[in-house]
Design a protein around this ligand. Structure first.
Ligand code: MV4
Length: 500
């Protein structure tokens, strides 16, 4: 049997590993920008889709379906992003007689519209944020709701997600202007300017529930994930379990998530996202009908393989996860992006010169690159994920700090320095954060040690080796000790500077 992954990077490699565990041959697809990429060289078969632009490669449904036909792939897995939530793609696979590894096209469609999913959830008695359920024709349609709910309210795009077309409105006199801006942004982003409104929840947390459902009516909630640390609506750090959720709230979240899945007749792996208010009330945000980037933290805590589950479900098999599955320990994921934190997180394409991955107890690396890899500008700049696991959250954080010091990527800038700072923040270590926390912290003036220069790192190495009485600097693996020494020296010399 063969499975084609309609994706690239770390998630393609991740799905290939599940295939190998199941004895399924792998088919990669690639654009010219990825022709030497690890996901291409490691697959049993590889098919060129076209030039780098996504529209001519990873989003080109006819080319991907043709690749499946040409290689005799019986299954197609979309990964996340690209076509993972495209009902058209799911239908195109079905029409070509290829099994789409994911939910039905109908489920994908039902969850695609935010207003329609809210209506479905209200019928299923799943808590939704107080708001309007149909798209507003103009600001006037929202005035009555805003007056009854009270300001602030949040305008959202019916067809959207990820914060695009979202506008906070604090006063009635701002409503008309905010509405036209939100509608214009929604139209530009989703080709659908429909806008609805919700009561704004102040400083909520973003907590999501992992669901796994087979086609025989078995559905299991496999824990929750804390995803509040987001930069401009992009998740940056995820954890399992959430440090803010107690057993009672957890049970209520799981029941609501399972009710949401029942409401749409959901199968495969899906995630129900909730906003959890400081008072412990929670509200349905959206349902993602795909495997999530952050699925590894659930896998580490529950000892499951969510990708093999998806494939087995697609083959009509029964769930192998028991409803009473128990969590053990704590896992944290950092998304490593080829972006430059010192330059407003602008993308940093280029060739990866050196890649040294951390290892040791509780460390997992899901990366889509190797030394020599070309990081193109054409796609999402995520290089991979660092996932750490420990018996408790404190141990996981300590292991994360150790792994981040070991991690080396040169040739492109990355977000690693951000995580090395973040892991030392008291609010992070205490778990006291919410969806706005990271944006606020990044915008605050912070006294941080600039990353040590190569010269400072070398001088620190010399001082360490002389102190240790050794003639020559120790091998590169101690670079992290050099960097830590250099950072401490920079702070001592008062060279820590305010980063704006
Ligand atoms: C909200 C909210 C507060 N109140 N809705 C929707 C899209 C998703 N990416 C974020 N969403 C939110 N919806 C109500 N009624 C808070 C968020 C939210 C958020 C909002 C602004 C900035 C960052 C955020 C990160 C996560 C959640």
């Amino acid at each position: 049997m063969r499975l084609l992954v309609a994706n690239r990077g770390e998630i393609a490699l991740r799905i290939f590993r599940a295939c190998r565990d199941l004895g399924i041959e792998t088919v990669a697809v690639y654009s010219d920008a990825d022709r030497a990429a690890p996901h291409v060289t490691s697959a049993d078969y590889a098919v060129r889709l076209g030039p780098p632009p996504s529209a001519e490669s990873y989003l080109a449904i006819p080319r991907i379906v043709e690749a499946a036909r040409a290689t005799g792939a019986a299954l197609v897995h979309p990964g996340y992003g690209f076509l993972a939530e495209s009902a058209d793609f799911a239908r195109a696979c079905q029409s070509a007689g290829v099994t789409f590894v994911g939910p039905s096209a109908a489920s994908i469609e039902a969850m695609g519209s935010k207003t329609r999913s809210r209506e479905l959830m209200q019928k299923a008695r799943v808590p939704v944020v107080p708001g309007t359920t149909s798209a507003a024709r103009g600001a006037g349609d929202l005035q009555d709701f805003a007056r009854s709910a009270g300001y602030p309210i949040l305008l959202k795009a019916s067809a959207g997600g990820g914060g695009k077309g979202m506008r906070r409105v604090d006063r009635e006199q701002d409503l008309a202007a905010a509405f036209s801006r939100a509608a214009a942004e929604a139209k530009a982003s989703f080709n659908d300017g429909s806008i609805y409104a919700e009561k704004l929840l102040e400083r909520p947390r973003h907590v999501e529930v992992q669901l796994v459902a087979d086609r025989r009516g078995n559905r299991v909630a496999v824990g929750e994930r804390e995803c509040s640390l987001q930069r401009r609506h992009q998740k940056v750090v995820e954890e399992c379990p959430s440090a803010a959720i107690g057993p009672d709230l957890r049970d209520r979240l799981f029941s609501a998530a399972l009710a949401a899945a029942d409401a749409v007749g959901y199968d495969s792996c899906g995630t129900v996202e909730f906003l959890v208010a400081p008072d412990g009330s929670f509200y349905f945000l959206e349902m993602n009908t795909r495997l999530q980037v952050e699925h590894p933290v659930t896998e580490e805590v529950f000892g499951v393989d969510l990708v093999t589950e998806m494939i087995r479900i697609a083959l009509g098999e029964k769930l192998s996860i028991r409803p009473d599955i128990a969590a053990r320990g704590h896992a944290i994921e950092c998304r490593i992006y080829a972006e430059d934190p010192a330059r407003g997180f602008s993308p940093s394409p280029g060739v990866v010169e050196r890649l040294h991955l951390p290892e040791g107890p509780g460390v997992r690396n899901d990366v889509g690159i190797e030394a020599g890899s070309w990081v193109p500008i054409d796609y999402d700049p995520m290089l991979g994920k660092l996932v750490v696991f420990g018996p408790d959250r404190e141990t996981a954080i300590d292991r994360l700090a150790r792994a981040l010091e070991e991690y080396e990527v040169t040739g492109v800038e990355t977000t690693l320095p951000l995580f090395r700072e973040l892991v030392r923040q008291p609010d992070f270590r205490s778990g006291r954060f919410h969806t706005q926390w990271l944006d606020d912290w990044l915008a605050s003036p912070r006294l941080v040690a600039r990353e040590a220069t190569a010269e400072e790192t070398f001088l620190a190495a010399l001082s360490l080796t002389e102190a240790a009485g050794r003639a020559s600097p120790r091998p590169a693996r101690d670079r992290s000790r050099w960097r830590e020494t250099a950072r401490a020296a920079a702070l001592r010399s008062g060279e820590g500077r305010l980063r704006r």
